[in-house]
Design a binder for this molecule. Sequence first.
Ligand SMILES: N[C@@H](CCC(=O)N[C@@H](CS)C(=O)NCC(=O)O)C(=O)O
Length: 242
Amino acid sequence: MVLELYLDMLSQPCRAVYIFAKKNNIAFMMKNIEMLKGQQFSEDFNKVNILRKVPVLKDGDFTLEESTAILLYLSRKYNTPSHWYPPDMKKRGRVDEFLAWQQSTIHVSCSKIFWLKVVIPMFINQQLPPEKLHDVTEDLTTNLQKLEDKFLRDQPFLIGTEISLADLVAIVELMQCMGAGWETFEGRPKLQEWRKRVEVFLGKELFAEAHARILNNQEMRNMTIDPSLKVQLKPFLLKMMK
Ligand SMILES: N[C@@H](CCC(=O)N[C@@H](CS)C(=O)NCC(=O)O)C(=O)O
């Protein structure tokens, strides 16, 4: 039975899973879940994942959520090249450290900036308090600095000389901020060089394909949002704006 991946390419964890599967020639059936159409709330998707989040992997009767768990599952099941998740205990420890760290730092900052600058204006016709955006961009700047100082340092990749899951998970996050019009790499030459190395390794074509929707989001911004979805999400979005 072919592996199924439930993904929305607007989501950074989904892109990490997509790129990893493609780069490693893992055969899968793509199940598109369009969050902006509210498809994560559908009855069908609820049967797959009661958490109503993407990405989700379905391997026969086994269902797995959380992108980092999915990436690790795929790396083990398909015995992907060891640089992704090195067997050396200390290097592996570093990858684990990064995967844990990013969830509460860059993932949060990059998601917030995208929601505030792109998604919320599509749903709510209300001015964003400038101090809110200021706080989020301040956190983002702090987290980018930590990413450089603690993980990248003067190395080619986040945990050393070879690319790992840490780099993949990081790059899709930073591209999310670019999708929100935030010049993530400006004034950060080290990070800029790292981005080029990661992009070249992953393959420029695959990288561009995976990021096409997030970077060329004019079509998305012009989308008509279902009025009932607007009503459903309004309380959550107003809370995010506070
Ligand atoms: N920690 C999870 C994050 C999953 C997540 O928050 N997914 C978002 C997209 S990035 C989602 O499905 N949102 C739909 C919603 O909240 O309604 C992972 O790494 O997979």
